[in-house]
Design a protein around this ligand. Sequence first.
Ligand code: GLA
Length: 405
Amino acid sequence: MDNNQYLMISAYGSYFAEIPHYFVTAPGRVNLIGEHTDYNDGFVLPIAIDRRIYATARPMYGDLVKAKSVGFDEMEEFHIREELKKRDLWVDYLMGVVDEMKKDSYDLNGFWVLFRSDVPIGSGLSSSAALEVASGLLISSLFEHDIDRLELAKIARRAEQNFVGVNCGIMDQMATLLCTEDHALFIDCRDQSHRQVPVAFSDAGFMVVDTKVKRKLDNSAYNERREQCEAAVKAVAKNKKGVTALRDAEISDLDGIAGNVDDVIIKRARHVISENERVKKAVAMLEKNDAEGFGKLMNESHESLKNDYQVSCDELDRVVEIAKETGGVLGARMTGAGFGGCVVALVKKGSEQTFADKITAAFAPEEPDSREPEEGKEADLPDPPEVFSVRPVGGATVEKLDIKS
Ligand code: GLA
C-alpha cells in the first residue's frame, strides 16, 4: 500500500468511522499542443501528470451520499433519488456525474466518499476532469457497472457540460482516463480515436509554470470563442462543400470569407486551422525525438493563442518571453483554456534550475515596503508562480481494497 493510499484510508476512518472498499486515483493533465481545437473536431496532444486526485469510498444502504474533500470544512450530502441541483461547490462535479449516470439508467445507491487533490484547482491542469473521472470510476466500481473508459470520459464530459455548465470539449476527460506512462495521447476529437505517442526526448523534459492567476472559469469568453468558430464554419461552408467544423477548413479558405465576416472571426479560425497543423507536425517531432523542432511549434502555438485566439494574459506572456530568453528552454506556451493558469515549457536537462530561478526573480515584488497592508487589512499579494517538472504518467487507476477491521 503506498503512502497516499494509507493516508486516505486512515482519514476515511476518522471522518466516517468506516472502512472504504475502493481506492481511485485520477491525474491532472498538461496539454502539450492543440489548444481550443477539441471542440472544433480537431487534434490534441496531452499528457497525464504526476499530480492526482485521490478518492476512496464504500457503498451504503439507502440513497444518501456523504462526500467530504480534505481541505474543505463541510461534509456535503445529497440523495441519489432526489432531483440534484447545482451548489456552486466542488461537489457539483460528483453530483454531475451521478446525474448523468442516472440519465443513462445505471442502478446507483448511497455511498460515503472522501476526496483529496494535489492537482492545483483552477490552474488549467484539469482538476475538474480529474474529479469527474475519479467520481465516475468509483461509482461504477462500487455498483459493479462495467463502463469502458471512453464511455466514462463521455459521461464525465456531459457532467461538466450539463450540470456544471461549462461547454467543454472531450480532451481533459480522455487524457485523465486514457493516457499511459511515458506517452502523450494523440486524439482525433472528431471520432475520439487516439494513439499513444512515446515521449522520449534524450536530453529534455517538460516543466510547468503555474502563474497562480486564477482562471475565472471564464465560461463566457470560452463560449464566445466557440460561437466565433461556428460563425467561421458557416461562412466557409458557403464556399466549400463538406465543411462541418474548422477541422475541415484550410488557411486558404479564409481568403474566400474575408470581407463577409468580421476580422475577429478570421483570426479565431486561423488559430484553429494552424493549430491543427502544428499538432500533426508535433507528433512527427515526438516520433523522431526532435526536441528543438517540438519546442519551435510550442512557441508558434503560443503566438497564435495570444494574437489570433486572444486567450492569453500578461503573466502567461511574460513567462513565455522569459522562456525564450533562457538558454536551454526549447519552447513554451500557455496550456489549457487560458486567461490565466499555466505555461508548459520544454527544457533541456541541466537548465531546469536556471529557468525556475529566472521566473522567481522576474515575479519577485520590486519594492517590498509597498507590500505593507493598510492597517487592519490583510495583505492582498498575488502568490508567486510555482515552477515544477512534470513527466507523463498513466491515467486513472482503481483498486478494490481488502482491509480487515
Ligand atoms: C479546457 C476544456 C477543454 C479544451 C481546453 C482548451 O481545458 O475543458 O475541452 O477546450 O480548455 O484547449
